[in-house]
Ligand binder design. Structure first.
Ligand code: GN1
Ligand code: MG
Length: 363
């Protein structure tokens, strides 16, 4: 960041206090994030973020979504008399242009938000966290059911399974990296279930399944906790967009309820953690059951399978294309990820009855 004039960038924003220090924050893979320490004491600290506009190509739409969503949540919290609102929803700072972002001379996009004091993030999910995360993500969706404006898709068709299958078929057709022969059996296995896994898109076209405002990147590290372990708020709002609620419910379980990391090459360690599943689902339905339609609840077991399946398709597509999307650390990294997610998918399918039975006990 030595080549970046952070003082010049920060001068474009309406911040209070004097900047004392700017230092890297967090370990996000998409945006670059810094903490801005100010003085005198009493002025808030800030978070400065460079928005990755290679991935999020419409920054104006992105920030518009985020402004609408945070303003709406703030109004809900105020109406409910929630204390300490400054720590329960992100607050973005206006740039001198009146927008909540600034484009510098090099074409880089920046935004600033108020730093939430005394907060921590977690990388690993315990059953207690999983319950709280379920409640918090369910509540996040609940607060957004009546957003007064249409929001755009910050990555168009991000969780559209039909599109992901089409992309896989194209990758198979092109076989750009000459890797098809090696993964033919995986392609065949995925093709057998492709139709079934695309049912959400069909139900949507038939008008039976709604899209709602979802977070679409539900990981435990996208949540702030206070020092006592209470959830403060949901962060990383770039992917907030209309989607099926399965995006939030299923994608959280894909990472949290796998006994191991998504790229662990030792497939004997991959498995479905029922305790985390039960805790997350209990919390999620406590918040979400009043607004979910029966069809959404009925399809929750499908959502648990859909996300390992979709991620497997996405990793395999990238492997066939010669690793153009996901960062890799070694040549077969995407293949290891593919096999890991396929194993998780198969395991989830084996747990299908137990998953359905548990969900019914909560209703
Ligand atoms: C990407 O970079 P990260 O981990 O936040 C991807 C997700 C995938 C995930 C798989 C914008 O997210 O959809 O589930 O990798 N985000 C984007 O690890 O493609
Ligand atoms: Mg994050």
């Amino acid at each position: 960041m030595s080549d970046i004039d952070t003082a010049g960038i920060l001068a474009q924003f309406e911040i209070s206090g004097t900047v004392r220090e700017v230092k890297p924050l967090g370990n996000g893979l998409i945006n670059d994030t810094y903490r801005v320490v100010t003085e005198p004491n009493g002025a808030p600290d800030y978070v400065l973020q460079r928005i990755n506009n290679a991935i999020f190509q419409d920054v104006d739409l992105l920030q518009h979504n985020i402004e609408v969503v945070t303003a709406h949540i703030r109004r809900k919290l105020e109406a409910a008399g929630t204390p300490d609102i400054g720590r329960r929803v992100l607050q973005f700072v206006k740039a001198r242009s009146g927008k909540t972002y600034y484009r510098d001379e090099a074409g880089r996009y920046w935004r600033v938000m108020v730093f939430i004091p005394d907060s921590v993030t977690h990388e690993v999910v315990t059953p207690e966290h999983a319950y709280d995360c379920g409640k918090a993500f369910g509540n996040f969706e609940k607060m957004l059911v009546d957003v007064p404006e249409q929001l755009g898709e910050t990555i168009p068709d991000f969780h559209n399974m039909e599109l992901r299958i089409r992309q896989l078929r194209e990758a198979v057709q092109n076989d750009a990296a000459g890797r098809l022969a090696e993964v033919r059996d995986i392609v065949d296995e995925l093709e057998r279930d492709a139709d079934e896994m695309c049912q959400a898109e069909r139900l949507y076209r038939e008008g039976r399944l709604p899209k709602r405002i979802c977070h679409c990147d539900t990981k435990v590290n996208n949540m702030l906790f206070d020092r006592d372990g209470q959830v403060l708020c949901v962060i990383d709002l770039d992917t907030v967009m209309p989607s099926f609620i399965f995006s939030d419910y299923g994608d959280f379980l894909r990472t949290a309820a796998n006994f191991t990391a998504e790229d662990d090459p030792d497939l004997s360690r991959v498995g479905f953690n029922e305790e985390i599943f039960k805790a997350f689902t209990t919390g999620y339905l406590e918040s979400a059951r009043d607004f979910l339609k029966p069809i959404e609840v009925e399809l929750l077991p499908y959502a648990v399978a859909l996300f390992p399946f979709m991620q497997c398709v996405r990793f395999l597509t990238d492997y066939l294309n010669g690793d153009t999307y996901y960062k890799i650390k070694y040549p077969t990294h995407n293949l290891d990820r593919t096999r890991n997610q396929l194993t998780l998918y198969r395991t989830v399918r084996q747990h299908n009855d137990a998953i359905s039975t548990f969900i019914h006990t909560l209703l």
